[in-house]
Design a protein around this ligand. Structure first.
Ligand code: UTP
Length: 293
């Protein structure tokens, strides 16, 4: 078991998913039968992390409620002898040591991460975005933690994306031809146009960061969209010759941005057809459905 802590920012407004996210956080949208954020906590636990800090905002009480025990529900399921559901209900409250801190105002991902400073202290930590799912069959975080332990650098997860989508991401400047494993990141640009993008390698929602990032974030002025951007702080680390630098782990596995409506639907379909209890019913239906499109 690792002593590393995980930070899950989940205080964004989720405007791409309105009106569903008017009163409910996007991190609580169900992906098959679990809220997105539970997959993210399970991923941290699978990488050996047991201390998780969730950054919450307005309307986010549903998140803390989800990780609490519900004794009356447990008693009822026990009485009914529904042990399968009982185990699934109890799992979310027994997964990890989960803490919460409020962001106050959603002033950007960098600002959200800075709210973790007191809890994290002087150690390196992992950041997992609460609406970004990485398939458990494609372990990424473990590889990123190993890259951090090897290099001491800030580690970001990178994924090749279509030029038409690149303006939605932070994008890494890496040496030409560097596409696999851990690559040195020379610089980062937040949400560039396709022409300005230094590569097609976009940052996806996983980071392993040294505590030095907090000092940089304290000094980071609002950037794109008037928000304090984590990418801008990482750009500082990447270009500081005396600092630990930034390394990218290039990921080619399955990943879903559940804050995006189309990706959310893809996540549900992909995970449901692979499930033992649902796949047999869904696969033939999907084939039929697709043949009529
Ligand atoms: P996004 O940019 O996807 O979140 O941030 P958003 O602003 O809620 O989304 P849209 O674009 O309006 O739909 C990535 C992650 O960072 C968190 C979000 O909750 C999400 O998990 N975040 C973002 C914060 O915690 N605080 C912020 O101020 C901004």
């Amino acid at each position: 078991m690792s002593t590393m802590k995980a930070v899950i920012p989940a205080a964004g407004l989720g405007t791409r998913f309105l009106p569903a996210t008017k009163a409910m956080p996007k991190e609580m949208l169900p992906v098959v039968d679990k809220p997105a954020i539970q997959y993210v906590v399970e991923e941290a636990v699978a990488a050996g992390i047991h201390d998780v800090l969730v950054i919450i905002g307005r309307n986010k009480n549903a998140i803390s409620d989800h990780f609490d025990a519900v004794p009356e529900l447990e008693v009822r399921l026990q009485e009914k002898g529904d042990h399968g559901r009982l185990a699934r209900v109890m799992k979310s409250s027994e997964l990890a040591d989960i803490h919460f801190v409020r962001q106050g105002e959603p002033k950007g991902l960098g600002h959200a991460v800075l709210r973790a400073r007191t809890h994290v202290g002087d150690s390196s930590f992992a950041v997992l975005l609460g609406d970004d799912l990485v398939d458990e069959r494609d372990p990424l975080l473990t590889e990123m933690i190993a890259a951090h332990e090897r290099t001491g650098a800030a580690v970001v997860a990178l994924m090749p994306v279509d030029p038409r989508q690149i303006h939605l991401y932070g994008v890494a400047d890496v040496a030409p031809g560097e596409r696999d494993g851990a690559v040195r990141v020379r610089g980062l640009v937040e949400k560039p146009s396709a022409e300005e993008a230094p590569s097609d390698l976009a940052i996806i929602g996983r980071y392993v960061l040294p505590a030095a990032v907090f000092d940089v974030l304290e000094q980071t002025a609002p950037g794109k969209g008037g928000e304090i951007q984590l990418t801008d702080a990482l750009q500082q680390l990447a270009t500081d010759p005396d600092g630990p630098g930034v390394v990218g782990v290039v990921f080619h596995g399955r990943r879903y941005d559940t804050g995006d409506r189309a990706d959310y639907i893809k996540a549900i379909v992909q995970l449901a057809v692979d499930r033992e209890d649902l796949g047999a019913e869904l696969r033939p239906w999907l084939r039929d459905f697709a043949s009529d499109l």
